[in-house]
Design a protein around this ligand. Structure first.
Ligand SMILES: O=C(O)c1cc(=O)[nH]c(=O)n1[C@@H]1O[C@H](COP(=O)(O)O)[C@@H](O)[C@H]1O
Length: 247
């Protein structure tokens, strides 16, 4: 069993679509070794709210990663569904705009109050960790990734979101601009070895991400494809603990 404070910061991405049983066997295997299970598009399009419910019935917390990106009314209504599912956190794309984020934050608070449910963390995805400065230029942005992330994080905070999803490379700048209570979730965590089929461009190690101020790390393939996934999760928790000590 790993250090609890460190473990709570580790989110395992349940990126798998073969069967609900397979997903739940990963949940049972990694319970006590990671703090949160992330249900993203790959699993949700196959298993839907049933997977979320089954994970929560085991006592674990769920991060619903559907990256809502649509007009304000549509995202706000989808967000109410996320509240009703009882997830601990979910995300929207900040590029959906400030009014979308404002309407969503308000709808989440009201739905939680009406149904007497916990208020989930609402996170704004800034610039995907699979994109670099060249990709942004090709998309027509004149900002660098670092500049755009900071701008979007400030906007997410002004709109009332709980925090953001960003590369760990941007954590110090976001923390400086948005303060200590703003939640920063960082995917794109990699050690010295890359995983096969790797699409992550802005990465950092778990220890360094935590040392710089990440609140949660999202890790998928480095655990899922490890020879011993439980040992890989425990090693990440040790890295997180070292990062916390070095803060
Ligand atoms: O929102 C996310 O979780 C996310 C945002 C982002 O910018 N980059 C990113 O990789 N993610 C997710 O984080 C996970 C990373 O998985 P691995 O690269 O396998 O560790 C995937 O489930 C992605 O969908």
């Amino acid at each position: 069993m790993s250090n609890k404070a460190a473990r709570e910061k580790l989110i395992f991405a349940l990126d798998m679509g073969k069967g609900l049983d397979e997903a739940m066997s990963w949940v049972r295997r990694l319970t006590g070794h990671v703090g949160v299970f992330k249900v993203g598009k790959e699993a949700f399009t196959r298993f839907g709210p049933k997977l979320v419910q089954e994970i929560q019935e085991t006592g674990s917390r769920v991060f619903l990663d559907l990256k809502f990106h649509d007009i304000p009314n549509t995202v706000a209504r989808a967000a109410e569904g996320a509240v009703e599912m009882g997830v601990a956190m979910f995300n929207v794309h900040t590029l959906g705009g400030k009014s979308m984020m404002e309407e969503t934050a308000k709808a989440v608070r009201e739905m939680a109050r009406k149904r007497n449910l916990p208020v989930p963390l609402v996170l704004g995805v800034t610039v995907l960790t699979s994109l670099n400065d060249d990709d942004l230029r090709a998309l027509g942005f004149s900002y660098s990734t670092a500049e755009l992330v900071l701008r979007l994080a400030r906007m997410a905070q002004d709109a009332g979101l709980s925090g953001v999803v960003a590369s760990a490379q941007d954590v110090e700048a976001i923390r400086g601009a948005c303060g200590k209570d703003f939640v920063i979730v960082t995917p794109g965590i990699r050690g010295s070895a890359r995983v096969s089929g790797d699409d992550q461009k802005r990465t950092l190690t778990a220890e360094e991400a935590i040392r710089r101020g990440s609140d949660y790390l999202v890790v998928g393939r480095p655990i899922q494809t490890a020879a011993d996934p439980v040992a890989a999760a425990d090693e990440l928790c040790q890295e997180i603990a070292r990062g916390l000590d070095a803060r």
